[in-house]
Design a protein around this ligand. Structure first.
Ligand code: OAD
Length: 335
């Protein structure tokens, strides 16, 4: 499903795979020729968990934040804007903060690759910490855009205690440095626009060129330098895309396999071809519980579009209220 979106002509034979299909990818993995799989992920692998992505036209965060009085929706994650007005980020953080979301079957599939000794490296743009929750070994995860796991003062860099952070986030309040002399703004170690990616991203980037298979899932590949990672993969290594739509240069090489649609469905298909399906489903249910599994399953396919739209719209309302409240407080402070 999706191979017709490839820009490679149907007459061009694959070089490494027997054909451009998930069955051929599975056969390639099972043949023992694959030992180093690099996986690259984005917000699309967490939408089934109830976390909105950024750029989907109706359900994405940015479309819904567009109606707020921000310079642009991305400003919520922009360091320069945050220094002037951190409140919108903290209103949003209240809804996105880890602890109430559970891994999807796509996360658990990556964890299975690790258990089977096949995961060379995971590069994720997600800040939701669901890769860790899925049991992927930390040393195999590169959180390219940071995460909510740690936080510090943006001026003096003093770490900020997690319990205080949680309290502030729950109240959508802006935390300030624990060093009273500093009093700077505290921010989770999420990479905002105008900030550098963490050193581990650059330390581990070489793993892309030694990969013998790449899997790209749930990302629009719109944000650089992450977006350039799939192009670092060797031309002899097949690249598989699990995404709602074709992105980046995926689909332009002879061994690119496009599986367009919901990534959880795509991952299940590959697991079927590999003979791993039962193990995958059982590992996932063990981790998230039957109730959550059913909740996610009901959304799969339709992508819980209505639910997500409601959630994001509520979030935008909260944000709107938060920003107005701050304007009100500032006006009152000034008078
Ligand atoms: P985007 O929202 O830009 O892209 C998500 C992609 O996943 C889109 O191509 C969707 O079509 C697809 N998608 C959504 N749900 C899916 C599903 N269930 N199955 C398959 N595909 C699905 O999110 P990212 O690419 O992660 O940066 O965005 C990259 C960066 O932009 C983020 O890390 C964030 C943002 O600004 C920062 O905050 C610094």
């Amino acid at each position: 499903m999706g191979q017709d979106h490839s820009t490679v002509s149907a007459g061009t034979p694959p070089e490494t795979l027997t054909e451009r299909s998930l069955a051929a990818v599975a056969q390639h993995i099972k043949s023992g020729n694959v030992r180093r799989i690099v996986v690259m992920t984005g917000a699309g692998i967490s939408t089934a968990a109830g976390i909105p992505d950024f750029r989907s036209p109706d359900t994405g965060l940015y479309a819904n934040l567009a109606r707020l009085n921000l310079p642009e929706p991305e400003a919520v994650f922009d360091l320069l804007f945050f220094k002037e007005n951190p409140k919108p980020f903290y209103v949003l953080a209240k809804d996105l903060y880890p602890g109430k979301f559970f891994p999807t079957i796509s996360h658990v599939f990556i964890s299975m690759l690790a258990k089977k000794g096949l995961l060379h490296q995971l590069f994720t743009q997600n800040i939701d910490c669901l890769e860790r929750a899925a049991g992927i070994p930390p040393e195999l995860i590169v959180e390219a855009h940071g995460s909510f796991a740690d936080q510090r003062c943006i001026d003096c860099k003093t770490p900020y205690p997690e319990n205080l952070m949680r309290e502030h986030v729950e109240r959508a309040e802006v935390p300030l440095c624990i060093d009273k002399k500093c009093g700077g703004l505290v921010k989770p170690d999420i990479v905002f626009f105008h900030e550098a990616l963490p050193p581990t991203f650059y330390d581990r980037i070489h793993t892309t060129s030694t990969a013998d298979l790449a899997i790209v899932m749930g990302t629009s590949l719109m944000v650089h330098p992450f977006a350039g990672l799939p192009d670092q993969i060797s031309r002899h290594a097949p690249r598989v895309l699990f995404n709602l739509d074709r992105v980046g240069s995926l689909g332009s090489r002879a061994d690119d396999v496009l599986e367009l649609g919901d990534c959880d469905t795509g991952v299940r298909k590959l697991a079927d071809e590999l003979g791993w399906r039962e193990e995958l489903e059982s590992e996932w249910r063990k981790l998230v519980g039957d109730e959550e599994a059913e909740r996610q399953m009901q959304g799969t396919g339709k992508r819980a579009a209505a639910v997500l739209e409601d959630e994001v719209s509520r979030l935008a309302d909260d944000l709107d209220r938060g920003v107005r409240l701050q304007d009100f407080e500032e006006t009152n402070d000034a008078s």
